[in-house]
Design a binder for this molecule. Structure first.
Ligand code: PHB
Length: 390
């Protein structure tokens, strides 16, 4: 058989192409998981790492013929460290950056993701503006405004007329304050807004001032992990016996620390997307498997952001048939929907933010342990801040 020069060249090119595809397929897909593993927000890191590892244990570590490699890095809760780690991971050819325990950490990494065209899967941080910081950001956690806004309606409908809000003084706290106060005032309520420092907060003087105002309720936002100190000081001032209701988004009664808070937490009403007591088959299986794999540790709302973030990454890779092109991956992530341990969720293709149910819950003692027991559901809630702009 006579082979022309052109045919030989074509055959060589095809061999090279398939060799390249083969080389890519043989290489693992690296996921850089950047989390606060030490410092005041280490519980978020611990929960998300455990959830990501559980997901991989349950779903295998090969997707679309490619091995998944998870690289966990500790940002210590410091934005500069998160940014440096992200840059190093990009240099090391990670396909996806994920994690981000706090808003400033997610924001610090956004320019790195944009420049490298690498998806940034936000599994924890919750201020509304984050997804606007890069077209490569997709969020599987929540927005604090999404959790907080439904509380305005609940409070207005349940005889609450005067509220003092106490929030951590940074973006998510300010989101919580606004998302609650604006609709509550529109519904005829009265609000006074107080802000406390994010780090090492001393709530005592603010709680005292709030108690002197004699409101019907205190609305509190503190980030995951910070609720213990708040509850302690709330009890020390006798506020649990004052008839002033404690309400807010569910970050304050985080499942990671709720059971250690004691009776002071009983009766706290919160609105949020996840409770370890969520009564679905998926959640029962999740809580059981999570506890089994982690020495009895109870999963909190941060953990489901990590678990669902891994699902988003796995399914996106399946859709791209293993390609790690950043634009293709983000395209595949948009409008994905599935059933999470928290209930039905989807990614809004217009904002790359999560759409999910928000549940109204009350802290109760169940079988000797404290839980956020859900008693009402507001279905398919979008981030209200971005919904208002659409
Ligand atoms: C945030 O910094 O975005 C954040 C952290 C913890 C929360 C909520 C929001 O519970």
């Amino acid at each position: 058989m006579h082979v022309t020069r052109r045919q030989a060249l074509l055959a060589a090119a095809a061999t090279l192409l398939s060799l390249e595809a083969f080389a890519q397929a043989a290489e693992p897909v690296k996921i850089g998981l950047i989390l606060p593993m030490t410092g005041p927000f280490a519980s978020t890191g611990r929960q998300i790492e455990a959830a990501a590892k559980l997901y991989m244990q349950q779903n295998g570590s090969t997707v679309a013929g490619r091995k998944i490699e998870l690289i966990v890095k500790d940002d210590t809760g410091t934005p500069d460290v998160a940014k440096r780690l992200a840059q190093e991971l990009v240099n090391d050819k990670v396909a996806i950056l994920a994690g981000f325990g706090l808003t400033p950490l997610a924001l610090a990494v956004a320019p790195v993701a944009t420049q490298a065209k690498v998806p940034e899967v936000v599994m924890a941080a919750g201020s509304s503006m984050i997804t606007e910081a890069s077209p490569y950001i997709v969020r599987t956690s929540f927005t604090v405004a999404q959790s907080a806004a439904p509380m305005a309606e609940w409070a207005a409908k349940n005889g609450v007329k005067k509220v003092v809000t106490i929030v951590s003084d940074y973006a998510p706290g300010i989101d919580a304050e606004k998302a609650f106060s604006e609709p509550f005032v529109k519904a005829g309520g009265k609000v006074e807004n107080v802000r406390v420092p994010l780090r090492n907060p001393d709530f005592a003087p603010f709680l005292q001032r709030a108690a002197d105002e004699k409101p019907d309720a205190l609305f509190v936002f503190v980030p995951s992990g910070a609720g213990t100190q708040l509850m302690k000081q709330y009890a020390e001032r006798g506020l649990d016996k004052s008839g002033i209701k404690l309400i807010g988004p569910g970050d304050m009664t985080d499942d990671d620390i709720l059971n250690d808070m004691g009776d002071v937490a009983l009766g706290t009403i919160t609105t949020q997307f996840y409770s370890a007591a969520h009564p679905s088959a998926e959640n029962k299986a999740y809580v059981e498997a999570f506890k089994k794999a982690n020495n009895g540790m109870r999963p909190n709302f941060m953990s489901v952001g990590g678990y669902d973030g891994m699902h988003l990454i796995y399914e996106a890779l399946r859709k791209t048939k293993g390609s790690t092109d950043g634009d293709a991956l983000v395209g595949a992530m948009k409008s994905m929907s599935w059933t999470s341990p928290r209930g039905p969720i989807s990614i809004d293709p217009a904002t790359r933010d999560i759409v999910q149910n928000i549940y109204v819950r009350k802290v109760e003692r169940v079988g000797g342990e404290l839980y956020n027991v859900e008693f009402a559901t507001i279905p398919n809630v979008k981030d209200p801040v971005k919904a208002a702009k659409q």
